[in-house]
Design a binder for this molecule. Sequence first.
Ligand code: HEC
Ligand code: HEC
Ligand code: HEC
Ligand code: HEC
Ligand code: HEC
Length: 386
Amino acid sequence: MKTWKTLFLLLTGLMLLSSDAASQKEASKKDLPKIEKSTFTSAKVCGECHVEIYNMWKNSLHAMSIEDPIFQTANLIAFKNSNGETKALCIKCHAPITFWNKDYDLKQDITKEGITCDFCHSVTALDLKNRENPFKLEPGLVKNGPLKGLSSPVHKTRYLKLFETSDLCGACHDFTDQNNVTIMGTYSEWKAGPYAKEGTHCQNCHMPRREGAIVAQEIKKSSVKFINDHNIQGGHSIDQVKKAIKVEVKEIKRYPDKMRVSVDVTNAGSGHMVPTGTPSRRMVLDVTVKTATGQMLKDQRIYKKTLIGAGGMEFTKDSDAMCNRSAIAGDNRIAPRETRREEFIFYIPQDVSVTVTAQAFYQYNPEIIQQTDINIEMGKDEKASR
Ligand code: HEC
Ligand code: HEC
Ligand code: HEC
Ligand code: HEC
Ligand code: HEC
């Protein structure tokens, strides 16, 4: 009798337990964020599970590519100067969901998310010869990525090689205008340089791997222990810019009435020209000579791609360079791994002792109404003579 009673209690207990677990499972499945079946899903939804990746992306220029005041200002000026003709052109790479929905007036919330998670992870093929529309997009229940054999409760996953290649980035990071002038050539610069030949892609430098949770613990105890940096740092990142350039004062040669300073500028860490990107960016090499008598002499070199208009006038603003018929009048930027030897003459007599400082700066003054100049210190070297 006693054993029956125990068994009965045990059984009911088990039943209660299991029905509890079942209802809990139901509830959590119902509560799971919903992925759109046949269109793009908001980054906020992805962010409920891919928390760490979302937090990195949210602070990236990709997430701000439409709100970015620097872009907004240039876009407005281009729009005004062209009587609206540049509308679709300027919006498409900055709000790439428009490749799919043609929402150039930014009426839908998803378009305003800029370069959003689901844009990149819905790309299934690329055709870089078709610059008008290089992306094949398949939004919906399959999310494409760099890993094999993963499973998620809300979407399917598919491994695609293209996530590890520069082509994905190059579809936007290269712009050649109707006159066949390359205004922004980051991808083609990379392609022509040593890193492409060695198989080092944009992602290797801009999305390095680090320890992290691919998905929140509550969703899945994943065996993947790393994530790729989705903050994607570039010219606005001091750390990234500092990696690019090494400066070395190689030689100080003294003559009775003057001195010759040789400085080597090396693009040691950048996968493309320095500077690259939109044409308004420049690098400046400053050389300063301080004498024991308190004199200070300065000289400099400027590195940039020079774009000119019809009358030979230089375009210094991104919107002008992109929207007008322009030509490349010069390009002395430093190619990947190139070392450029620069010579400077200073008229300081031989018997005066000097200290020579050479330093590179990354400079950028965007056409924003509230003028903000960006000036970041890069490589630096100092040498004394006598
Ligand atoms: C309910 C939680 C959840 C949501 C919401 C979610 N994911 Fe996932 N996702 C996962 C899980 C779980 C994995 C697989 C992790 C594993 O197996 O280690 C995954 C894997 C991935 C992968 C890797 C695919 C591969 O094979 O490389 C990508 C890319 C991805 N998700 C993108 C997205 C995007 C984009 C969104 C929003 C549109 C999204 N996910 C929304 C849970 C989620
Ligand atoms: C500019 C395109 C782009 C955007 C935007 C983007 N991703 Fe990715 N994502 C990639 C690439 C490229 C990789 C693979 C990098 C590699 O393997 O070198 C990747 C990898 C992943 C992976 C696999 C794990 C990892 O980190 O390698 C997941 C999951 C993922 N992304 C989710 C997201 C989510 C969620 C968002 C938005 C919050 C997002 N991605 C935004 C391009 C993008
Ligand atoms: C859909 C178009 C698109 C794709 C695809 C894309 N980008 Fe971008 N990227 C942009 C735009 C537009 C900006 C500038 C946003 C702004 O500030 O207005 C940008 C900004 C950047 C920056 C920051 C530049 C700076 O000045 O700091 C870096 C670095 C970058 N992207 C690298 C990448 C890499 C690496 C990939 C490939 C994994 C990639 N991008 C894929 C359009 C794209
Ligand atoms: C070997 C590492 C490396 C590779 C490969 C690489 N980059 Fe960079 N990238 C850098 C460094 C370092 C900087 C910062 C210095 C500079 O502006 O060049 C940078 C800057 C940038 C910037 C900011 C531009 C500017 O001058 O403000 C963009 C955009 C960018 N990279 C995109 C790309 C794209 C797209 C690819 C692939 C086609 C790529 N990078 C390949 C290292 C790399
Ligand atoms: C082919 C794709 C593409 C098109 C078309 C395009 N952009 Fe961009 N734009 C980019 C990329 C990629 C970047 C980031 C590269 C960089 O910052 O160096 C960028 C960056 C910019 C920036 C600098 C943003 C910052 O924060 O520094 C401005 C300004 C800009 N674009 C304006 C425009 C205007 C105006 C138009 C239309 C005439 C336009 N873009 C059309 C891809 C594009």
